[in-house]
Design a protein around this ligand. Structure first.
Ligand code: PMP
Length: 359
């Protein structure tokens, strides 16, 4: 029996993907071995690698003037690689900080050069995406960095900034959740362990023109150009994670692509937000309504004791992963692409029942 998995990451993976991986595990494509045992230079692995790349291009509509890279080190290494490669002396890295992950990205950039916070919702405990910022005086800006979805606080950008300087987005927790216009960005990065598959691979989508502006005095393995010149095969890539990514992407395609996935995600989040909104204040959503995330739904109950009881009873019914991030407490339901609609419907029903029994 599968749990209702609302983990924030690593998170749910579609059951058909797991079953296919299971079926192919000991003898992949008649090679007599698993994907994990193949040489990363073999034709069989190369096909997997290139298939993941081309499926991602197809699903997100990534134009030819962008590279798709498969890196390691998680999104956290991107916090470092971005300023290392693109924050030049005399330039400023601009940030809109909307939660702990954007703060971490900012902290790393500071170790390489000048930074500036253009806007932040920190004073409001990150309950919303700021709108009170101006992009008029970002001259000499190396780039503007945003976090498209704030995994911990449960907020999400609905309309991206029209940035006159290169726009970079950490999309770790909402890539493939809604349709996006890739051309608005110079660089997008995402750790796989939420919407793309298991942990171990980080996807980077980068505009070639932007890539050409990167600094030269960067260690080889930390240069984006090293990986782009070598089709992400400069060193041994996380082959199994990339194989799983290719299966997840096949699954997204089978669901009808990102457009259809977005529709389902809206419905899924809708069930849970409705349970919050219709609870007469029994549940309180953390995010302001116009900044609500489709992927991480954060809410609190009136007190710690009730929260504990809620989480305990939820667990008994196989609703797993509902505790909020250790830094903020409360509750969080992560409703990534692979979380089935039925799981969200069942959670909303349970929330209403729990409210009725405890208010
Ligand atoms: N950015 C965001 C938005 C995240 O949610 C996370 C992980 N939860 C990270 C960055 C860090 O990712 P990693 O652990 O892969 O370095």
């Amino acid at each position: 029996m599968r749990a209702y998995n609302f983990n924030a990451g690593p998170a749910a993976i579609p059951l058909p993907v797991l079953e296919r991986a299971q079926k192919e595990l000991v003898n992949f494509n008649n090679t007599g071995m698993s994907v994990m045992e193949l040489s990363h230079r073999s034709k069989d692995y190369e096909e997997v690698h290139n298939r993941a790349n081309s499926l991602l291009r197809e699903l997100l509509g990534i134009p030819d003037n962008y590279e798709v890279l498969f890196l390691q080190g998680g999104a956290s290494l991107q916090f470092t690689m971005i300023p290392m490669n693109f924050l030049k002396s005399g330039q400023t890295g601009h940030f809109i900080t909307t939660g702990s992950w954007s703060e971490k990205a900012l902290k790393e950039a500071k170790t390489f050069g000048e930074t500036r916070i253009l806007a932040s919702s920190k004073e409001d405990n990150y309950t919303h995406i700021p709108t009170n910022y101006s992009l008029n005086d970002v001259e000499n800006g190396a780039y503007l960095h945003i976090t498209s979805n704030n995994t911990i606080f449960g907020t999400q950008w609905k309309e991206y900034p029209q940035s006159p300087i290169p726009l970079i987005a950490d999309m770790s927790s909402d890539i493939l959740c809604t349709e996006i216009d890739v051309e608005k960005f110079d660089l997008i990065y995402a750790g796989a362990q939420k919407n793309l598959g298991p942990s171990g691979v980080t996807v980077v989508i980068v505009k070639k023109e932007f890539l050409e502006t990167a600094k030269e005095d960067v260690p080889t393995i930390l240069k984006y150009s090293t990986h782009s010149k070598n089709n992400s095969l400069y060193n041994t890539p996380p082959t199994f994670a990339i194989y799983m990514l290719s299966l997840v992407l096949e699954w997204v395609k089978e669901q009808g692509g990102v457009k259809q996935i977005q529709k389902i995600n809206e419905e899924k989040a809708g069930y849970i937000y409705s349970a919050i909104d219709e609870s007469n204040g029994f549940y309180k959503g953390h995010a302001e309504k116009n900044s609500r995330s489709l992927m991480n739904i954060t809410f609190t109950l009136q007190n710690e004791e009730l929260t504990k009881k809620f989480l305990q009873e939820a667990k008994e019914r196989q609703f797993i992963g509902l505790a909020g991030h250790r830094s903020v407490g409360g509750c969080r339901a992560s409703t990534y692409n692979a979380v089935p609609k039925e799981a969200c419907e069942a959670l909303a029903k349970f929330m209403t029942e729990f409210k009725n029994q405890n208010s």
